[in-house]
Design a binder for this molecule. Structure first.
Ligand code: SAM
Ligand code: SF4
Length: 473
């Protein structure tokens, strides 16, 4: 079979990163292997996001640039997948003559057949049916990247929550959970590729299996914990309304479950939460935070917040700042509210000026930066176990090939903190410190977004030797 080159450009969330790997996996039997360069590709797939207006604009501007590349290489196949494809469907094909294929969020397993048709007859195809089963016959796993230690595993698709600002239920369809056996098989395949840590993905993992009568999410976690050769488990995202006591108790009980939860609050004001259709109050949210900290005192907690939701007053915004002070998050993703045409809040009155949204965003980021720095500084002197991910980012990739290899490496603690550390030359020379091993790092300093420290012990190999226990979170 002729070998062909595939370039996938992914915009957006972890779901899209996961989907990109699946796309690579389903197209591999057609002879496609990955390339980083668009110019050498036989097919370019743009894996799009529409959660906020900016992400959508980014997708269209990238697609615009591909028109020129297609003029230089007319046999190039240009495909658009993901949430913008789902939302816009054949409008893209009509607007952009250089696009050959638009495939929606449920069409990944139909891709090989569509690509074959395009290769043989150069037809143009749109497939945005929200219909296929949540699983292929067996798990499809694309190749792991060089030195990859961590991978996403989708456990469910879609969302039934209909938060009024959010486009996800409209472009990803109804919530559907994968069978636990398929999930475990996929994780085992990942472990065989050398993956040490998995992040289980869903828009609301806390309602995993409810509709289908499968096991609870806590039970699924217990099964994943038993997978041999896997060292760490993470998950995202948890909807606060469905965070059960059973799941809270799981922290601190399961050896491999990392001590971190991402629990998006969105707002600290009950009126805004109600109009967002979030179905919890500030108080019930704070009770869950207290429960998590009681069950697992060192748990790191991060969140998402939207500023400038329609009708948000200064007082309501202050309530959000006050909640952030109360919880003292370890990290925060903050977004300015952006109208999404298919989401109900687009029609809400009381739209907030962009300048006010910007001011609120800045005030919130300043507050969180102070809290993060205080928390980071309090970690100085502690020793944390990290899973080593490789040379710190920011170093040129060809530095890794040079005679004097990079000495600053990084990894993540169970809490998801990124920790940089210097590797002594003698250790590098012995090649003992390898990506995917565990190391103990004494924290010596704090940045706003990361920590640095000194290697105390390591490398500890992640796979157990005869008679040893698996190293866990
Ligand atoms: N399912 C997750 C949840 O319920 O928290 C996250 C979904 S979404 C991919 C990630 C984040 O984008 C949300 O938590 C929210 O803060 C933000 N977001 C979603 N729609 C938005 C909008 N219209 N404007 C601004 N931010 C938005
Ligand atoms: Fe969007 Fe809400 Fe579903 Fe999260 S839970 S994906 S914010 S609708």
């Amino acid at each position: 079979m002729k070998s062909k080159l595939l370039h996938i450009s992914t915009i957006g969330c972890q779901m899209n990163v996961y989907d990109a790997n699946q796309i690579a996996g389903v197209l591999a039997p057609l002879g496609y292997t990955g390339t980083d360069t668009i110019e050498s590709a036989d097919m370019v797939i743009v894996n799009t996001c529409t959660i906020r207006e900016k992400a959508e604009q980014k997708a269209f501007s990238f697609l615009g640039r591909l028109a020129k590349i297609k003029i230089a290489n007319p046999s190039l196949i240009v495909a658009v997948g993901g949430c913008v494809a789902q939302q816009e469907g054949d409008t893209i094909i009509k607007r952009m003559p250089h696009v050959d294929l638009v495939f929606g969020t449920h069409a990944i397993f139909r891709l090989p057949e569509m690509v074959r048709r395009i290769e043989s007859s150069r037809c143009r195809i749109v497939d945005v049916r929200l219909s296929d089963p949540v699983d292929a016959d067996g798990p499809v796993v694309g190749p792991a990247a060089d030195g990859q230690v961590s991978a996403f595993v989708t456990i469910m698709r879609g969302c039934d929550n209909y938060c009024t600002y959010c486009v996800v239920p409209h472009v990803r369809g109804r919530e559907a959970s994968r069978h636990p056996d398929r999930i475990i098989e996929e994780i085992q395949l990942r472990v065989e590729q050398g993956i040490r840590e998995v992040t289980l993905l869903g828009q609301n993992v806390n309602s995993y299996g409810n509709k289908e009568g499968l096991c609870s999410f806590a039970e699924l976690l217990a099964r994943v914990d038993d997978v041999g050769g896997l060292n760490r488990i993470r998950f995202t995202t948890s909807h606060p309304k469905d965070l059960s006591d059973e799941l809270i108790r799981t922290f601190g009980r399961l050896e491999k479950l990392c001590h971190h939860i991402h629990l998006p609050v969105q707002s600290g004001d009950d009126g805004i939460l109600k109009r967002m259709n979030r179905k919890y109050t500030r108080n019930t949210y704070l009770e869950k935070i207290a429960g998590l900290r009681a069950a697992c005192p060192d748990i790191a907690i991060t969140s998402d917040v939207i500023v400038g939701f329609p009708g948000e007053t200064d007082r309501q915004f202050q309530a959000t700042l006050d909640l952030i002070e109360t919880v003292r998050y370890d990290g925060l993703f903050a977004f300015m509210y952006s109208d999404r045409p298919s989401a109900p809040a687009a029609a809400f009155s009381g739209k907030i000026d962009e300048s006010v949204k910007k001011e609120r965003l800045q005030a919130l980021l300043n507050l969180q930066e102070r809290i993060t720095m205080e928390k980071h500084q309090a970690m100085v002197g502690r020793t944390l176990q990290i899973l080593v991910e490789g040379p710190s980012r920011g170093l040129k990739s060809d530095d890794t090939e040079s005679a004097s290899p990079p000495i600053r490496w990084s990894g993540r603690a169970s809490s998801n903190h990124i920790i940089h550390f210097d590797v002594p030359q003698d250790l590098l020379a012995k090649k003992e410190l390898l990506t995917g091993t565990f190391a103990d790092i004494m924290i010596e300093g704090a940045h706003a977004h990361s920590l640095w420290g000194r290697l105390i012990r390591g490398p500890k190999h992640a796979a157990p030797e005869e008679g040893e226990k698996t190293i866990a979170a």
